[in-house]
Design a protein around this ligand. Structure first.
Ligand code: SF4
Ligand code: SF4
Length: 328
């Protein structure tokens, strides 16, 4: 690993693209690094809250479509290991065939610089998902030694090309010792739920009393889905103007009544608990079955923002216990 200052890292990367730094709110252009997890995850760099997909104009045989080409180069500095794992989980949906061209283009144009995490709190449970504060992901990874000095290393070819690594001095043994000590502390704080859910037993748990009891206090406000690094539901909207139509995509939430409302008026998730149940089922049953990975990274953001004090960990453990008791 190489030793440098945080400013040198950011300055070196700024020749490649706009630099967005982790702040309290999320990731902001030229922001000041926040010494904790941000409220919002960096998923919006690959799946924006709202994006134009194309503009259609003309009529009949002369109908033309001008497709969006998201080509802006960005560097995202300070994503934490749980953030990066969240992007890896999300891309299983968008980069499986047929690939989503907008997501793929944004991924090509974005460099992720990950910070090894010293900020684990009581709501973190990333160790339940095979990752942890010391998991190295992204193009470059770094560790904050103090308020300004860091040690960093490239993990990909692009990460190697972005900085003149030879011009920096090697990390000292003492730097590595400090890093290992701090990361071990964070690893101890992040919880490991020791999950052993049998995903194929989804039908045994769907609609059961255990779910009704566990999620009854959820208000369906949707806040958890928007801050979640792995929630990717979206809606598509066509906006008609005088001479053209714009097709847009924007974030949606499975917590909303209208999300599952069908054109006939029937709604398979009319009751509040069913929508909260769906969120857990999707993350802990359907996604593992479809993509071989949990749709949760244990970042704890949904617990931090929930106005009803809902803790997804309690539901998951109750469901796991219910299945274990039921199946002996
Ligand atoms: S779990 Fe909490 S944050 Fe999520 S929809 Fe329910 S009340 Fe809102
Ligand atoms: S479900 Fe909650 S803990 Fe899991 S990744 Fe989403 S926000 Fe983080």
């Amino acid at each position: 690993m190489k030793r440098m200052t945080f400013t040198e890292l950011v300055d070196g990367l700024s020749s490649w693209g706009d630099v967005f730094v982790r702040t309290k709110k999320g990731f902001e252009k030229d922001g000041n690094l926040h010494k904790a997890k941000s409220k919002n995850s960096p998923k919006e760099f690959l799946l924006p809250r709202e994006e134009m997909l194309f503009v259609a104009y003309g009529s009949g045989d002369d109908m033309r479509v001008m497709e969006a080409n998201p080509s802006k180069k960005r560097v995202v500095v300070g994503a934490l290991p749980c953030d990066m794992h969240g992007l890896n989980v999300t891309e299983k949906n968008f980069l499986s065939e047929p690939k989503d061209p907008y997501f793929a283009k944004r991924k090509d144009n974005t460099v992720f610089v990950t910070e090894l995490c010293q900020y684990a709190t009581s709501t973190c449970f990333c160790r339940s998902f095979g990752i942890g504060p010391s998991s190295k992901m992204g193009d470059i990874v770094y560790f904050m030694l103090d308020d300004e000095n860091i040690i960093a290393e490239p993990l990909t070819d692009r990460g190697r090309e972005l900085l003149s690594w030879n011009k920096y001095e090697d990390a000292k043994d003492e730097d590595i010792r400090i890093m290992e000590e701090k990361l071990a502390e964070a690893e101890n704080i992040s919880q490991d739920l020791s999950l052993s859910i049998d995903h194929k037993k989804q039908r045994e748990v769907y609609g059961s009393e255990v779910f009704k009891e566990a999620v009854f206090h959820c208000l369906n406000c949707g806040a958890c889905t928007f801050v979640c690094p792995t929630c990717y539901c979206f809606d598509i909207r066509d906006i008609k103007r005088k001479d053209f139509v714009i097709r847009e995509r924007m974030w949606d939430s499975c917590m909303y009544f209208i999300y599952s409302l069908e054109a006939s008026g029937h709604n398979p998730r009319k009751e509040r608990f069913k929508r909260a149940q769906n969120r857990v089922m999707h993350k802990f049953f359907y996604q593992p079955l479809q993509y071989g990975v949990y749709g949760c990274t244990g970042c704890g953001r949904c617990i931090d923002v929930c106005p009803a004090g809902y803790d997804i960990r309690e539901t998951v453990l109750k469901v796991q216990n219910y299945l274990e008791v039921k199946n002996g």
